[in-house]
Design a protein around this ligand. Sequence first.
Ligand SMILES: [Zn+2]
Length: 829
Amino acid sequence: MRKLVFALFLFSFSFSKAQAPEKWSSSEIYNQIKKLNFLGSVLYIAAHPDDENTRLISYFSNEKNARTAYLSLTRGDGGQNLIGPELREQLGLIRTQELLAARRIDGGQQFFTRANDFGYSKAPSETLEIWNKDEVLSDVVWIIRKFRPDVIINRFDHRTPGSTHGHHTSSAILSVEAFDLAGSRNAYEDQLEYLSPYQPKRLFFNTSPWFYGGDEAFESADKSNFINFDTGTYFPLRGISNTEIASISRSQHRSQGFGSTGSRGEQMEYLELLKGDLPSKEFGVFEGIDTSWNRVKGGEEIERILSQVEKNFDFANPSKSLSELMKAYELIQDLKDEHWKEIKIEQIKDIIYACSGLYLEAVAEKPAITPSEELKVELEAINRSDENIVLNSIELTPNNSILNPGVVLQNNKGWDNKMTFKIPETANYTTPYWLEETGSMGMYTVKEQKLRGLPETPLNTKATFKLSIKDVNISFEKPVVYKFNDNVYGETYKNFEIVPPVDLKFEEDVLIFNTVEPKEISILVTSKRADLTGDLNLNVGAGWKVEPIKTNFSIAQSGGSENLKFKITPPEGQNETRLEPKATINGKVYDQHLIEINYDHIPDQNLIRPASLKLVKLDIKKKGQNIAYIEGAGDAVPESLVQIGYTVTRISPSAITPGLLNKYDAVVLGIRALNIQDELKYKQDILHDYVKQGGTMIVQYNTNRGLVVNNISPFNLSLSRDRVTDENAEVTFLAPEHAILNTPNKLTGNDFKGWVQERGLYFPGTWDENFTPILSMHDQGESPKNGSLLVAEYGKGHYIYTGISFFRQFPEAVPGAFRLFANLISIGK
Ligand SMILES: [Zn+2]
């Protein structure tokens, strides 16, 4: 059972789906009133979750009180995951939520584009080819027109391609282009159906000594176009420094291992002006922009009222501000400026809610429901002030059921009730909108313009409480939530979800056959409602055989499941197909699998995908059977080797003793084992001795920073940062007669087709003459890289070092990668 972490202070109601509701103290209300009285906005732009400078975001949000947002072009699908097995779109989902968790702490908002993080890219030219440049640019323009920032700040330098990740430079290039396009009627005209062109005032690059290669070079840099300011502000109302908030925010990127300890004191930030006029240091980025209520037509009276509310705020009794707040609320509703009107109405409503001690909640009786089922919702409303507050009605979406209590909510006297309503048969399932349609390597497909840029799918079940306060009508929208009491953690909130009636789950994503022997598979059919009966069909590609092809299931209870078994026989030669099960229930066909992602720093996430099992028949000959696997940073290589018929024993570094390894045909080190397994520094001699006695040792990639050993190999070998990111890069054979390319599997160019994401990384740059380089490959425009696979005879055995990313190819069942690896294990046998 996991508990949602209680964030230090929480800001915006609008996107919080499964957090416990925010409860503001007087000091938080006061901070929000200051934000209400500031009409200025800053947009920060970079490429990935974790690129953003949280010190700056927190500074603008909490010290300047500006609306502050981070636009991360991607959701970080291509990164690593240090906390669990999720990769690709599931990792992107986790990292989206980590950004939202970070923004709840630093007070910013979050946006994305449709660009997909497809993995490491060396140059923006490559990035912008794999992304659809025009679509990503149109999304950046869309977000600028929607958010309407006065100031845009780039994390990266658009003028230095090749100095950092291609996605990074691309984010800056697109930002510079979008700055010029957003204000033009002629750019992306289709967007103008929904919003108007908008020209931001200034564009900056958030530079630092890092971009100059160190403090010394930065000292002597020409700073005539820079402004700098101290972001180390201390906030007595919060008891914390801005830099400390920034660290807590940054520490939300747990999947990336970005835990950060806060510091206190002066912290300079530098902005280099790219477009617009250079502001003075005294007035900073908003110089020349009226950030008071006078900015909007009709704002003078609001300015007069709300500046008094701020000045006279009673920390002991915030409800004393209600009369004036309700007056301002009515005036804001009359504003002609739709942009500021919408923003300020939401802000002032949150403040009114908190000042009156209101608590409004709609709790579903269970965490999930299927379309056309009935849902019971418990309602709670309480007013904890002396104000005259009437609860007029409650409306539930999606089907607009209405309850009209018309009761006066008296101070601290709770009101509760129940509503039952039917979820429409056509209701959308709860799932991330950007993953609903199949995308490309570089882009998500999102047809609906209004969804583009949003961090999450908008709520599909909510309750609107319509009240009157001081005889003024005001309504509050609350998500329908699910909560329960956990015996250890107490009150626990979960997302309420709409799910398909049946969940189809295979144990694995890929099933590999290395012989024509049939294998039994099972599929777990789980019912999401009571009394579910239906048929399950397993269709499969030509040459493959499934028995039985159709079977039925009958599940009495919601949450109950049946494990259905099937036998699969592969065809003779190398072949690949997908098994796509279809359940038919009352004439309707369902093919979904529900993936749940649970971590305690983010709300639980549900992802609905088509159920699918990849079936691969390989044609691999192998010598040797027993493999010792020494774990590194975590990879699925051992499971994959078991699938093709090896016996794999996982051995922890501390268990390695002389003689233990003799019975194994090969010892394989997991990825980055020599970076993270400290114990290995005491075991290198034993490992190398095992090779000397006739063993085969295969070392997968490590990074050159932070190696735990001095000698990664019995011979000289030094790692570089060479990598080949193009998974289709041509591979040439440097040692075509070498056993590794010929026995027991004769490898050809075909074996290097169909690879995924990259060829390999951190190849050795120099090596002893005892090593034979086997392969040569390189990315476009680069020199040949020959260090991807190096083999040396040592004593009676073989030492092999390889930066080839087998760990990425195996989960996708890439045949050539398996055939090559089988040859590595077979060497000398
Ligand atoms: Zn990045």
